[in-house]
Design a protein around this ligand. Structure first.
Ligand SMILES: [Zn+2]
Length: 255
């Protein structure tokens, strides 16, 4: 029987067990509950990786595990920081331990191929740590884990098409053109199109400071303008993700 869904949380255990027989890639989306301006929902960082994972999973007959929708703490220079109501961060060790536990459990079920798709800039090293700890715990079982942050797949050609005035870099792209366009493509019903911000880029010094300095961050929470976002740009990026991520997971995990 062909599986009716790629979403692990929607499967029964016998359906999941049947899927495991063909040694599928299990995708683990990771994100953060974090402010994303006045126009995007706070779950953007897990909603996008989940949608991307579902898109790739359908192409490679994979499974999408429920996302980790809390992540490492929002930092002012990359996500606006902790002063916005709703931005709800985990300690790094908590995130790493959660990733370790989840992957170890997947391995116990017999999963041998895992692809972590992350949507929250600050998560990167804590995910790497969790994966590394899981690899150490499961030992020599043949488990292979791949980890990526989706924007790293954007080619210069795509960036030139999406950012006609130049790409400001992922640190400033919080709640701006990249995430807003992808949300307009994958979840248009969740974008408050009448509130898309058009503020100047954040101008912060080249260091962090504690307690966090709220004054560095634009009031909207978008770290630069989102005015040039569009569903067409979202579709363009999604198409590139589909082509290049599918090729990468096939090369690294299915060969
Ligand atoms: Zn984000």
């Amino acid at each position: 029987m062909t599986q009716a869904t790629v979403m692990m949380a929607e499967m029964t255990w016998p359906e999941f067990a049947a899927c495991l027989e063909h040694d599928p890639i299990v995708f683990l989306p990771t994100g953060m509950l974090e402010q994303h301006g006045p126009h995007l929902p706070m779950g953007v960082d897990h909603l996008l990786p989940t949608a991307i994972a579902a898109m790739i999973a359908r192409d490679v007959d994979g499974i999408v595990a429920p996302p980790l929708n809390y992540g490492y703490k929002s930092m002012p220079r990359t996500g606006g920081g902790p002063s916005f109501p709703g931005s709800t961060g985990l300690d790094g060790a908590t995130l790493s331990a959660t990733v370790r536990d989840v992957i170890r459990e997947f391995a116990r079920h017999g999963v041998r191929r895992v692809c972590v798709i992350d949507g929250h800039f600050e998560n990167r090293w804590f995910l790497n740590e969790g994966i590394d700890l899981a690899m150490r715990e499961v030992g020599d079982t043949g488990l292979r884990v791949m980890c990526l942050q989706h924007w790293d797949f954007l080619t210069q050609e795509t960036l030139d098409d999406v950012f006609t005035d130049g790409y400001p870099g992922i640190e400033l792209e919080h709640a701006a053109v990249l995430e807003t366009s992808l949300m307009l493509h994958f979840h248009p019903e969740l974008v408050r199109t009448d509130r898309i911000p058009d503020n100047a880029p954040m101008d912060a010094p080249p260091y962090d400071i504690w307690p966090a300095c709220k004054e560095w961050v634009p009031e909207t929470g978008a770290l630069t303008s989102a005015a040039q976002a569009s569903a067409e740009k979202g579709a363009l990026m999604a198409a590139q993700y589909r082509r290049d991520m599918t090729a990468a997971v096939q090369r690294e995990l299915l060969s």
